[in-house]
Ligand binder design. Structure first.
Ligand code: TLP
Length: 352
């Protein structure tokens, strides 16, 4: 039964490969709070190089990377402009308020893709009554908007205008390598104008733990302090960085497979009676579909799928999310579809 499990809940569920486990075993380590872990240092140098930046910092999670960046860029009482479905606001435990004293100024954008025209009216300069804007934050790919991908021109236009207004721009690039594959451009190019970028090693790239922050030397020096405040100063973290290095070097080049599997799932899902999805909107490795037409709630569908070894999370009463990754192949996708067809067929719905 176990080997038949198809886990589409998230790309966070990937397990470290044999090569990663071996590299972890063999990793040269030191105390990273003293900056003496050679493997962490190597990972940070490689990340900075790949993104064309001065420096990088290894952090235990994407959440810590984002919250560290927010802390460095802002002062308490300021507003952070972000899209209403973004991770920093919805899934980071209110830490933008708790840790940095920020107020989110959320904006709704079609498919989660903000534009300068949407942002500009919300920017507040110094004012005797209202909170000042401190930062603009974008998410690429946009997770909760279905893995949507920013056009490069939109990213550049937002960053240029933000800078002209004296505002820094942070990128939650948890899945920035997926975005790069989707637009066919190197990550250095699509993140060039951001003041800081967080990206995850532990999602589609398959590392067991870890994310990175990249930016200027000055930004990373400040980020080190905020990371320590959060308890993120790690010691012999080279054990983790060793797996991260393999993730970073090897796995970006296979992400197109996950995108093709997501498109395949979407096209087949669209054929199932009662399921609603627009396959044209699936640009990377995340997809959402609406089960309202099946007469079942998303929770019921998810429970029935799980009973047959297919895991996919409901994100509301109507929507289920599926995320493709390196531990799910085409056969796994086919199996997930077959189980779903059975689960939502009218005969099964009546029998329950
Ligand atoms: N996303 C997780 C959940 O928290 C929703 C997932 O399964 O997709 N930014 C983005 C865009 C993310 O999707 C995530 C994780 C993070 C940041 C946080 O990364 P971690 O989980 O490492 O703190």
């Amino acid at each position: 039964m176990k080997e038949l499990m198809v886990d589409l809940r998230s790309d966070t569920v990937t397990k470290p490969s044999e090569a990663m486990r071996k590299a972890m075993h063999d990793a040269e380590v030191g105390d990273d709070v003293y900056r003496e872990d050679p493997t962490v240092n190597r990972l940070q140098e490689r990340a900075a190089e790949i993104f064309g930046r001065e420096a990088a910092l290894f952090v235990p999670s994407g959440t810590m990377g984002n919250q560290t960046a927010l802390k460095v860029h802002t002062r308490p009482g300021q507003e952070v402009i972000c899209e209403e479905r973004c991770h920093i606001y919805n899934y980071e435990m209110g830490m933008l308020a708790a840790f940095s004293g920020l107020v989110p100024r959320t904006i709704h954008a079609e498919d989660g893709i903000l534009t300068w025209n949407l942002i500009a009216p919300h920017i507040r300069k110094r004012n005797d009554h209202r909170a000042r804007t401190g930062l603009i934050e974008l998410e690429n790919t946009s997770n909760l908007a279905g893995g949507s991908v920013y056009p490069l021109a939109t990213l550049n236009e937002i960053a240029d205008n933000a800078h002209a207004a004296g505002l820094p721009v942070h990128l939650d690039g948890a899945r920035i390598f997926n975005a790069g594959v989707a637009v066919g451009k190197p990550v250095a190019e699509i993140t060039r104008k951001f003041d800081s970028v967080m990206f995850c090693l532990s999602k589609g790239l398959g590392a067991p733990v870890g994310s990175m922050l990249v930016g200027s030397k000055e930004f990373i020096e400040e980020a080190l302090i905020a990371r320590k405040m959060l308890g993120g100063g790690m010691r012999q973290a080279g054990i983790l960085a060793a797996a991260g290095l393999i993730a970073l070097e090897e796995n970006p080049k296979r992400l197109h497979i996950d995108h093709a599997n997501a498109r395949f799932l979407a096209q087949e899902l669209a054929q199932i009676p009662g399921i609603k999805i627009d396959p044209a909107k699936v640009e990377s490795n995340i997809l959402f579909f609406d089960v309202t037409g099946t007469g079942l709630t998303a929770q019921e569908v998810s429970k029935r799928l799980a009973a047959q070894g297919v895991l996919a999370n409901p994100t509301s009463g109507q929507l289920i999310r599926m995320v493709t990754h390196l531990d799910v192949d085409r056969a796994g996708c086919e199996r997930a579809l077959q189980v779903l067809r059975e689960v939502v067929s009218p005969r099964v719905a009546v029998a329950s």
